[in-house]
Design a protein around this ligand. Structure first.
Ligand code: BG6
Length: 463
């Protein structure tokens, strides 16, 4: 492996920090949404806010040389005017310094979904002012941490949180409105470009990218109809984020189709210019699974998500565009209905690199499982095999020339899974109800694998 290859793991502020109302932190939209709906929340989560030193030490002792985490916007800025919360800055500076003291590279996501409620109150991502609020927030982050951090991500998974919040309706603000989804999605991509512009203007050291919920698209056959369905699915799932961030172009065929049905007058020439001029340095791809599609047959648009882990698949049917399909012979799923499909990662990496020619980090990859964490050690052989096979897929893609520069397991330790609570565990380290940390078997395996420079990976090929 290249000497500077990053072997790390990842978390996100809302999912692990807890301390939701401490040290002058403002409320986030997730605080309010989960409280109001009386749902399991991240008030305490993994208590990383108070235990980050222990967590980072453990991560370093696990042989990892990078930690991907996110900054909490409402912890850093108190209001829409952009008043800085010095306590929030002090917290993250210390967290970052702790990483550096342990030889761990801080890989910083500026926004991982916890929007300040003061922005949600005025329309959230439907209000273009939020884009400028985000720009200001980015500037504050670069100024406060730019001397210590060299790897920046503007936004985590624009597709996933906007479709969940504005189309499917299972994330805040809980709307189901295609028009709103399109507008929010556009504003998020515009905000990301403003963040890149602020980074370039300030002349900060390092690199800046975006993280995408990468869902490579496969079709059930090679017919033209299926290929058209695949293009629709790719535009829906991937292209509007990746093309826009990497090439500065919103897919033109997507705009043509959308403009027949929706008013796109919020798209302004001056925004498009900023998007075009401020593309990213690298792509962060979060890979959990692929999507298999067939041509659309009948019925209304329908999107379902399994947030219970009790049966049911995450299904997308978009009227006139495509239908996602499941249950092909031999397919294996986790309890939340996500197919385990490492082959999709290899193929997806080849496609993404061919299209964008940018360095790639796998910024998340992992498996959510119900686990009894009261035991001395969780024997998570399924996680080891999941990671082995996905890393093998990455190695295959690298052998074919794809420039992958790092891998981050999701997650560093157990944390709150959006809407699935603590029941769906992803960590390499178990976090018990009393917040005790105990490394799982996978933590030790990952350490040995890193020490072996990847040689411990059982290589695989797929037909
Ligand atoms: C990604 C997110 O979508 O997937 C993470 O960036 C998230 O924040 C992870 O936790 C796993 O998804 P979930 O819904 O199973 O927690």
């Amino acid at each position: 492996m290249e000497k500077d290859f990053l072997w790390g793991s990842a978390t996100a502020s809302y999912q692990c920090e807890g301390a939701w109302n401490e040290d002058d932190k403002a409320l986030s939209n997730w605080d309010v949404y989960l409280h109001e709906n009386k749902l399991e929340n991240g008030d305490v989560a993994s208590d990383h806010y108070h235990r980050y030193k222990e967590d980072i030490k453990q991560l370093a002792e696990g042989g990892q040389n990078a930690y991907r985490f996110s900054l909490s916007w409402p912890r850093i800025l108190k209001d829409r005017e952009g008043t800085v919360n010095e306590k929030g800055i002090a917290f993250y500076r210390d967290l970052i310094k702790t990483c550096l003291e342990h030889g761990v590279r801080p890989f910083v996501t500026i926004f991982h979904w916890d929007l300040p409620e003061y922005w949600q109150e005025v329309g959230g991502w439907l209000n273009a002012d939020v884009c400028y609020g985000f720009e200001r927030y980015c500037e504050v982050c670069f100024q406060a941490f730019g001397d210590l951090v060299e790897d920046w991500v503007t936004i985590n998974e624009p597709k996933y949180f906007t479709s969940s919040g504005y189309l499917i309706g299972n994330y805040p603000p809980g709307h189901q409105n295609p028009e709103e989804f399109i507008k929010a999605a556009y504003n998020v991509m515009y905000a990301s470009a403003l963040g890149v512009r602020a980074f370039r203007k300030g002349g900060y050291k390092g690199q800046i990218g975006i993280v995408h919920s990468f869902a490579p698209v496969n079709g059930i056959d090679d017919t033209l109809k299926t290929k058209i369905a695949m293009r629709y699915a790719d535009n829906y799932a991937n292209n509007w984020v990746l093309d826009t961030a990497a090439k500065g172009e919103i897919p033109f065929d997507l705009l043509c189709v959308l403009s027949q049905k929706y008013d796109l007058s919020f798209i302004k020439e001056e925004h498009l210019k900023i998007i075009k001029e401020n593309t990213v340095d690298f792509l962060g791809l979060n890979y959990y699974s692929h999507i298999l599609v067939k041509p659309y047959t009948e019925g209304e648009t329908s999107l379902t998500v399994n947030n219970t882990g009790k049966g049911g698949k995450n299904t997308v049917i978009i009227k006139g565009w495509f239908e996602q399909i499941f249950d092909l012979p031999g397919a294996v799923y986790n309890e939340w209905g996500t197919q385990i499909y490492p082959k999709g990662l290899e193929k997806g990496l080849l496609e993404a690199y061919e299209k964008y020619h940018l360095p790639i980090y796998i910024t998340e990859n992992g498996i959510g499982v119900r686990e009894d964490v009261s035991v001395e050690q969780v024997e998570d052989d399924y996680r080891i095999s999941f990671m082995n096979d996905h890393i093998a897929a990455i190695f295959n893609a690298m052998d074919k020339g794809v420039e992958v520069k790092g891998y981050f397991a999701w997650a560093s330790f157990d944390l709150y899974s959006w809407k699935n609570g603590m029941a769906k565990r992803y960590g390499l380290v178990a976090v018990d109800d009393d917040l005790t940390r105990r490394p799982k078997k996978s933590y030790g395996w990952y350490k040995k694998m890193i020490e072996s420079d990847g040689k411990l990976i059982e290589r695989k090929t797929w037909d």
